[in-house]
Design a protein around this ligand. Structure first.
Ligand code: ATP
Length: 143
């Protein structure tokens, strides 16, 4: 099966490095799909779901903002954070959402709006992924 090299990197670690057959990622202007021999691009990512397929499996991750580069059948995804579905702590994400909402509703003059919104978006992406993918019963087809 045709494949291309994918690297998913955060400031702390390489989350994944290997051959994949397809991926979809949350670009700022909508979901982007990449297949082998995709044209070269550089695009910004927003918090959301990153999905890639290898011959053996399909992986789902929640990613924060960052960027994606396709160049000569190699894709590099550089993001602030990325968690595999199975590593997401649902309670932590729920608490982060509540904290961010509380901060936003306090209307304090000390409010760091970008920080609160960033936290809200990251945590929402984590929770959305868990709700969409983890709480499904057996036998339900995955999109
Ligand atoms: P929190 O307020 O809960 O720390 P945050 O949005 O501030 O959330 P980040 O700065 O985006 O957290 O991430 C810090 C580190 O914690 C990263 O390594 C990220 O992968 C991890 N992380 C954050 N939230 C979760 C979660 N709900 N489940 C698993 N890992 C998480």
């Amino acid at each position: 099966m045709a494949s291309f090299n994918l690297e998913i990197i955060t400031a702390e670690q390489t989350i994944f490095s290997g051959q994949v057959s397809s991926l979809t990622a949350p670009a700022t202007d909508g979901e982007i799909g990449v297949l082998p021999r995709h044209a070269s691009i550089l695009t910004l990512l927003k918090p959301g779901e990153l999905k890639y397929s290898t011959p053996e499996t399909q992986q789902h991750l929640a990613v924060s903002g960052g960027f994606l580069e396709v160049n000569a059948d190699k894709v590099v995804i550089l993001v602030d954070s990325a968690e595999r579905l199975e590593d997401i702590d649902e309670d932590r994400a729920q608490l982060a959402i509540q904290r961010a909402k509380d901060r936003l509703s306090e209307k304090s003059t000390d409010l760091d709006l970008e920080r609160a919104l960033g936290s809200l978006r990251r945590a929402s992406a984590r929770l959305d992924l868990v709700r969409k993918r983890r709480h499904r019963g057996p036998g339900v087809p995955q999109a």
